[in-house]
Design a protein around this ligand. Structure first.
Ligand code: SF4
Ligand code: SF4
Length: 249
């Protein structure tokens, strides 16, 4: 029997699920290997009671999300977290700073705090349950997603790179943004994206999360030597990494 796969979205813009639909060349190959029993973006049905692999996109922002995730963990043999929202909290996690209810008040005005009923400070999927595989990025990289899904279907380990992006960037013979006096977060950001943004002339924004092997002290020292204040580095890093260790200086 083909593995039963479900795709679930929590708090997100569904951008990673949309990216999955863009794997046109390979999607049919993949669909031939799996029983795609539920895809939130494309299904009108309900999440089935049983499945083998759960792909989860989005951040956790409600108690209902927490309960749903715990059920997912009990049900699925393998859980794949996809996208920055699910792995670092991503952009939704920016709202976790300060009083959550105050933020609803800013948007909805007086009494707006009541809208926050049942809401919790945004956090990643990985803060609620153990996941077996991660596909970082905002949005996910389709090649990496297919590689990780393939490994999950074969029961192989799910290691992702933990080195910063700079080595991959150098192999593309890019001129470093810092040599031009511009801030680039590639020096602390997890590699694995093929250095696409920097090769296209856009500084890295850190969407793949802070690499475990990153030397944050050295990064802050380097930027200070280039006249870039630590506050600016932290502010940029906070876009996708508000809750990450090292983003609190
Ligand atoms: S990681 Fe980015 S593209 Fe994916 S759901 Fe979150 S905001 Fe959207
Ligand atoms: S800091 Fe950015 S531009 Fe410089 S080498 Fe690293 S990834 Fe490339």
């Amino acid at each position: 029997m083909a593995p039963r796969v479900v795709v679930i979205g929590l708090a997100s813009d569904f951008g990673c699920q949309v990216q999955m639909t863009n794997i046109e060349d390979h999607l049919l190959d993949v669909l031939g290997l799996i029983d795609l029993t539920y895809w939130q973006l494309a299904s009108s049905g309900h999440l089935p009671a049983e499945y083998d692999v759960a792909i989860v996109e989005g951040a956790v922002t409600t108690e209902a999300h927490v309960e749903a995730l715990r059920r997912v963990r009990e049900t699925a043999g393998a859980v794949i977290a996809v996208g920055a929202c699910a792995i670092t909290g991503g952009i939704p996690a920016i709202a976790s700073a300060g009083e959550l209810a105050d933020r609803y008040g800013c948007v909805y005005g007086e009494g707006g705090a009541e809208v926050a009923c049942g809401r919790i400070a945004p956090m990643p999927v990985t803060a609620v349950i153990d996941v077996d595989y991660r596909v970082p990025g905002c949005p996910l990289d389709t090649d990496e997603f297919l590689r990780v899904l393939s490994r999950a279907l074969q029961g192989l380990s799910g290691r992702i790179p933990e080195e910063p992006l700079c080595a991959a960037c150098k192999t593309r013979e890019n001129i470093c943004f810092h040599d031009r006096g511009e801030l680039c977060l590639g020096l602390v950001t997890r590699t694995g994206c093929g250095a696409k943004c920097v090769s296209l002339g856009r500084a890295c924004t850190g969407c793949r999360g802070i690499a475990a092997d990153a030397n944050l002290d050295a990064a802050y020292a380097l930027l200070a030597s280039r006249g870039i204040p630590a506050e600016e580095f932290t502010r940029r890093l906070s876009l996708y990494n508000t809750l990450e260790e090292g983003c609190d200086r």
